[in-house]
Design a protein around this ligand. Structure first.
Ligand SMILES: [Zn+2]
Length: 289
C-alpha cells in the first residue's frame, strides 16, 4: 500500500520557515524515509489564466490566485537532496538558494520545460547537473555556453539511472519526439510522472501496469481548444484519463499539466466528476509517498 501521509497546500518551498503544520514538522525530524513531492506548477504551456482570456477558469484565476497554474514542474525531495523535474519557472534562482538544488531532469525539449535554465546558467561558484530528454541545441547558445549547468546526459527510454537515492526509469511517450515520462523508485515508493499521456505507446502502458505504481502523476491538458468543440474534446480526454488509470491501476492518479479549457470544463460540466482515486493537482500542492 502506498504511504500517502498528507496532501497540503503550502505557500512556498516546503518546509516553510517557521511553519508548524504537520508536514513541515515531519520533515524537520531526524529521519526522512519517503519522497516529498511538490507541484511547483500544474499548468500547460499557456498557464492559467491565459493572457487575455475571459473564460470561467481564467476569470476565476484572475481574481483568486490559488487557482492560477504556472508551467508544470515537480520538485522531489529525499534525504536532503532536491531534484527538479522541468525548468519552466522563471524564478528558479529565487526559489532555490545556491547549492540547494541537486539535479534537474527535463521531460521535454519544449520552451516551457527549459526556459528557467537561461537564468540559472549565469550563476557562479556552483554547478548543477542537468539530464535532458533530447537535443537542446535549438535553444540559442544554451548548450554551447551552459555556465554553471552541466548537461550530463540525454535520457533514453528504458535506460535507467540514479539521481541521489532515487532510481529513474525513462518511459517512451510517443513514437517520435524529444519527450519522456519517468518512473521514480526509492526504498519506499514507486511513482510515475507522465506529462504527455495523449499518445502513450501500448508498450509504455503495459510497463506502467506491470510495476505496481503507488502513484501516477498524469498530464491531462487537451491539445485543441476553442468554443464548443473543445468541450466535447475535453470530456473525451477526461474519459481517456479514466481509462489510463484503469489500465495502469496505480493506487492513485493525480492530474497535472492542466489547461484553462480543462479547468473550465471541471467548473461547468456535470460530467466532470472524478472518482476518489483520481485527483486534480494545484500549484504548491505537496504530498509524501
Ligand atoms: Zn481561459
Amino acid at each position: 500500500m502506498p504511504a500517502f501521509f498528507w496532501s497540503v497546500r503550502t505557500q512556498g518551498i516546503w518546509p516553510g520557515a517557521g511553519c508548524n503544520n504537520e508536514a513541515c514538522l515531519f520533515y524537520s525530524g531526524d529521519q526522512v524515509v519517503n519522497v516529498k513531492l511538490t507541484f511547483l506548477g500544474t499548468g500547460d504551456a499557456g498557464c492559467v489564466p491565459v493572457y487575455g482570456c475571459d473564460c470561467p477558469a481564467c476569470s476565476r484565476a484572475n481574481i483568486i490566485s490559488d487557482h492560477r497554474r504556472r508551467h508544470a514542474s515537480l520538485l522531489l525531495e529525499s534525504n536532503g537532496s532536491k531534484l527538479l523535474v522541468d525548468a519552466g519557472q522563471w524564478d528558479l534562482a529565487d526559489r532555490f538558494p545556491a547549492g540547494s538544488l541537486s539535479n534537474i531532469l527535463l521531460t521535454d525539449c519544449r520552451i516551457e520545460c527549459v526556459q528557467g535554465l537561461f537564468q540559472l546558467r549565469n550563476g557562479r561558484n556552483i554547478s548543477i547537473d542537468v539530464v535532458t530528454a533530447g537535443d537542446l541545441t535549438g535553444f540559442g547558445d544554451l548548450v554551447e555556453n551552459p555556465g554553471i549547468l552541466n548537461f550530463t546526459k540525454v535520457a533514453k527510454p528504458f535506460k535507467s539511472f540514479v539521481l541521489g537515492d532515487i532510481s529513474v526509469m525513462p518511459v517512451s511517450l510517443k513514437p517520435s519526439g524529444d519527450a519522456l515520462g519517468y518512473v521514480f523508485t526509492n526504498q519506499k515508493s514507486k511513482f510515475a510522472y507522465i506529462v504527455n499521456t495523449d499518445a502513450l505507446p501500448q508498450s509504455s502502458i503495459d510497463y506502467l501496469a506491470s510495476i505496481g505504481l503507488d502513484l501516477l502523476l498524469a498530464g491531462c491538458s487537451s491539445r485543441k481548444s476553442r468554443a464548443r468543440e473543445e468541450v466535447v474534446e475535453t470530456a473525451d480526454y477526461l474519459t481517456a484519463i479514466r481509462e489510463l488509470h484503469g489500465r495502469v491501476r496505480p493506487s492513485k492518479t493525480i492530474l497535472t499539466h492542466i489547461s484553462h479549457d480543462f479547468d473550465a470544463f471541471l467548473m461547468t460540466s456535470e460530467s466532470a466528476s472524478l472518482p476518489p482515486d483520481i485527483e486534480v493537482a494545484h500549484d504548491r500542492m505537496s504530498l509524501v509517498v
